[in-house]
Each structure stands twice: as structure tokens, then as C-alpha cells.
Design a protein around this ligand. Sequence first.
Ligand code: SAM
Length: 346
Amino acid sequence: MNGAQPRDVNGAEGRMPLVDPFGRAISYLRVSVTDRCDFRCVYCMSEHMSFLPKADVLSLEELDRLCSAFVARGVRKLRLTGGEPLVRRGIMTLVNALARHLRSGDLDELTLTTNGSQLAKYAAELKAAGVRRLNVSLDTLDADKFRAITRWGELNQVLAGIDAAQAAGLKIKINAVALKGVNDDEFPQLIEWAHGRGMDLTLIEVMPLGEIGEGRLEQYLPLSMVRARLAERLTLDEIDYRTGGPARYVRIAETGGRLGFITPLTHNFCESCNRVRVTCTGTLYMCLGQEDAADLRKPLRASEGNDLLFAAIDEAIGRKPKGHDFVIDRRHQRPALSRHMSVTGG
Ligand code: SAM
């Protein structure tokens, strides 16, 4: 942004909040700020990914303008994701610019989902900018397994990042993807570790997104099974806790901590969906599990004002679908969607 003042939201006066055809108010925007990542998690990317040319990717100013347009239309929670958001050059310029919406009271929360590899470097700056919570993705505490899952990652670097984030006063939630035969023997240990450090843990089912070069059926582990197995050795008490996301939580009596389950396959969580996703090229996905999308880059770049952009957003929200249906079984081993999770960032 070269020190220039961020563009202010314009043309939003008197505009209505975004409400989809099913009466759901869109209050949560997830923005993938880059398609690049310093890891190559086996369930997320293939080893040899080709990434987008720079000209296709929105500049930091454009990302700021796009996010701010959504804030002007009632989005109260903004999550930056990727790829890996903290490998985007100049990421703190964007975070610091967006933080003005926290100060003005137009935004309740600015947060990130990260693999933690760069957290030691950025934790203090994120906290100073007004970020209060982070989701860190971590599937195992075994260094060899971690390397095998992420292909390129170093467990120690991520653990140091988590240490730095907690030392800076950031609240951390750990997200772990449940992988059959890979980390399914580790959940009790992960629970004990996360809860022992005051962090919630959420388990996520593998979703059939993108060609990854191996079968999903080998990876897929229904969380209903995980839950039943955990219940044999731990006490899982149902609780009402909601973060506004799709996770359903229990409290583990033995640790006192919360365990969340995100079950897009075994339990459809669409009825309360309040979110949309924008990629780093300005493509708006109205549903994580559907191909339909709207190009916001064109209206964004077509004029300095936001009228065209608002019109494109309105038109797209008007066709947000009721929900999605993922299936992974023997007949459905191909990706349900061609795009990888790194396009939308989860
Ligand atoms: N790089 C950041 C990170 O690691 O958190 C943000 C992007 S990453 C795509 C967001 C989350 O999506 C991570 O928790 C990752 O484990 C998860 N993820 C990626 N591919 C997935 C898939 N096919 N099914 C379920 N979760 C997936």
C-alpha cells in the first residue's frame, strides 16, 4: 500500500445489509489473501501445484477495498485465510488497514486461519493491530507425521509460533483434520495438549475438494466414529457453545476444555450459514460446497466507486444456495469440486 491511506468505503450510505433468499443475513466474510502456501498438506494440495500469475491476484489495496465494501454492507466478522495468509507479502499492511473497522465499531472481529509457521514473526504485530483470536491448523504432535502430512512443514516452527501467539495474548483454537490411519490414534493426546494450554480443539472431516493425487476414501474418517471412540475413554458433555461457525462443541469433563466437531459430510450444517468466501482473485463463492461463483474483480477494477461492486455482490447473494451435499464413498472418490481448499481457505 506504499504508505497511502486506505480507501474509505464509499457509496454504501443507505444500503441494506446482505440477506440471502433464505433469510440468512451474511455477516461473516472469509478472504483468501493468497493461493500460495509454505506447506503442501496431503489432503489439501498436490505436491506440484501451479499458482496464479500475480496480475490475477488482487493487490493489498484491492483486498482492502473489497473487504471494506462487505463491512459497509453488514459483515461483522472478517477472517483472512489462504493459502497461507502470513506468507502474503505485506500482509500486516492489510491487517493494519482493516483494523480501522474494528476501531470504528463497524467490525466485531478480524481474525486469521494460519498454519502457524510464520507466527513467531507476526504474533505480536497481529495482537497490536487488534486481532484477538487465531485458528491454527495442526493435525499431529508427532514431528515425523507432521512432516509426512504437510510434506514441507517443521513441527517445531509451528509450536514456537503457538508459543509466541499465546505469549502475545492471542487466543488460539487448534483445528485438526481427522485422517484415517494417520492421526486417529492421537486425538486423546491432542485434546490433553490443547486443553492443557487453554486452547479449544476442533476436529474436521476431510472434504472432497480438489485433485490431490490420492484417493479420499483412504483419508476419510467420519467424526461420528471418532466421537464414539473418544466417548469410550473420556466424558463428552454436550454444551450449547457456538462461535457462529459450523462446529458443534462438547466439554471434556476430564480436561475441562472444549472439543468441536465440524462434520460437513456426516451432518450438514448449512441451515444457519451466515458466510461467504472470496478468493485472492476476487471470486465470490456463496457456498463452500458448490461451484457457483461471482467475479468481483471485474466490477472492482472497472471503476473507482463501489456501485458496480455492490451490484455484483447483491446479485450473487441473491443466488446463495440453501446448502451443499458432499459424499465420499466408493462410487464418489473423485473430488466433488475441482477447486482445492487452498482457493477459498476453508
Ligand atoms: N494455511 C492456513 C491453514 O493451514 O490454516 C489456511 C488455509 S487452509 C486451506 C484452512 C484449513 O483447511 C486448514 O485447517 C486445513 O487443514 C483445512 N483443509 C484443507 N483441505 C481440506 C480438506 N480437503 N478437507 C478438510 N479440511 C481441509
